[in-house]
Design a protein around this ligand. Structure first.
Ligand SMILES: [Zn+2]
Length: 290
C-alpha cells in the first residue's frame, strides 16, 4: 500500500476526515536515520501525526510537531506540508525496548515532556500550542492537544502494524474532526469506535485508504483529495552557509584557523555540505563588515 495523505468529509456527521499512511516513508527513515526498532516505531507515529496536523493547515502553510521528553529517545521533530511533503528526525536513534512496541515507545519517551505544534500562519507569523505529555503516547497526547489547546472536537488514532517479520508493515493515522455546525455525537461515536480498536482492525489485512477510512470512521465518506506522501528536504549549500554564519565572525575565524573548512550535515536528510575556505572567508568578511 503506497503512502498517501487522504482528505474528505463525513457529510452526515458534519466532520472532516484525514487519513495518513506512512509505512514506506517510515521504513526509508529507519535506514536514513539509522533508527533502532523503538525509535523507528515512534518516528512512524510522528510522521503520521505530522501529516494529519499539516492537512488541517490553511493556505498550504507548513506545520511542525515537536516532542521533547526526559526518556532515552529525548524527542522528535516532524516538519510537514499539507501537500504531503514531510521530513523529520529523532533525537535518540539507538533506542530499543524488546517486547510490545507500544509499551517500548512509552518507555522510550520516559516520564515527562511536552508535545508542541508550531503552525506557520502563512504570513511569517507562527502559532505555537503545547501540552504536557501525560499518556506518554503520541496519539493519546495529541488527542489531549486538540481538546485543550485547539478546543476542537476531534477523534484520532495512530497505528503501526506488523506484517510478518516487518515491524513497520503499515503505519497510519486517522483523524475525524467536527466542522462548525457538525454533530458532536457523531464524532463521539467515531471516537468510541477508534478507542475500541477500529483502526487497528481495519489495518489487520492490507487495504486501500478508502476502505480503511470506511471501516474505521464509518460509511458515507466523500473524498476531497488523495495525495502522495513524499520525504522532501529543502536543505542546500546556501542554508549550510547560513548555519555556519550563526557562529559569528569569531567562530568562523576559529574554524578557518583550525580545520579550514566546515562540514554541515542536514539533520533531516543526512546530506553533507562542505563549506570551504573561500566560502568561510567570504562569510567572515560579511559578518565582520556587518
Ligand atoms: Zn536536508
Amino acid at each position: 500500500m503506497k503512502d498517501r495523505l487522504v482528505r474528505g468529509l463525513l457529510p452526515g456527521a458534519g466532520a472532516r476526515v484525514v487519513f495518513a499512511r506512512v509505512g514506506d516513508t517510515a521504513r526509508m527513515c529507519r535506514v536514513l536515520h539509522g533508527l533502532y526498532p523503538t525509535a523507528a516505531h515512534l518516528f512512524a507515529e510522528g510522521l503520521a501525526a505530522g501529516l494529519l496536523l499539516a492537512s488541517l493547515q490553511k493556505d498550504r502553510a507548513r506545520v511542525n510537531l515537536q516532542i521533547q521528553s526526559d526518556g532515552p529517545v529525548g524527542g522528535l521533530f516532524v516538519d510537514a506540508h499539507p501537500g504531503g511533503e514531510v521530513r523529520g528526525y529523532v533525537r535518540g536513534a539507538s533506542v530499543h525496548f524488546p517486547g510490545d512496541p507500544r509499551l517500548g515507545a512509552r518507555a522510550a519517551l520516559g516520564g515527562a515532556g511536552t508535545l508542541s505544534v508550531i503552525r506557520d500562519q502563512g504570513d511569517g507569523q507562527f502559532y505555537r500550542g503545547s501540552v504536557e505529555l501525560e499518556a506518554m503516547e503520541i496519539g493519546a497526547d495529541l488527542r489531549r492537544y486538540f481538546a485543550e489547546s485547539e478546543q476542537v472536537d476531534t477523534a484520532l488514532d495512530l497505528q503501526v502494524v506488523r506484517r510478518g517479520e516487518e515491524p513497520l508493515g503499515d503505519a497510519c493515522g486517522l483523524l475525524v474532526q467536527k466542522l462548525p455546525g457538525g454533530d458532536p455525537e457523531a464524532v463521539q461515536r467515531v471516537r468510541e469506535r477508534l478507542a475500541g480498536g477500529a483502526l487497528a482492525a481495519a489495518l489487520a489485512a492490507p487495504a486501500p485508504a478508502h476502505e480503511v477510512i470506511r471501516a474505521a470512521a464509518g460509511e458515507g465518506f466523500d473524498l476531497l483529495a488523495d495525495q502522495e506522501v513524499a520525504y522532501v528536504c529543502g536543505c542546500s549549500q546556501e542554508r549550510a552557509r547560513s548555519a555556519v554564519a550563526v557562529l559569528g565572525a569569531e567562530g568562523v575565524a576559529e574554524i578557518l584557523s583550525s580545520e579550514g573548512q566546515a562540514v554541515v550535515t542536514c539533520e533531516f536528510c543526512r546530506q553533507r555540505y562542505v563549506v570551504g575556505q573561500r566560502e568561510l572567508e567570504e562569510i567572515r568578511g560579511r559578518l565582520g563588515a556587518g
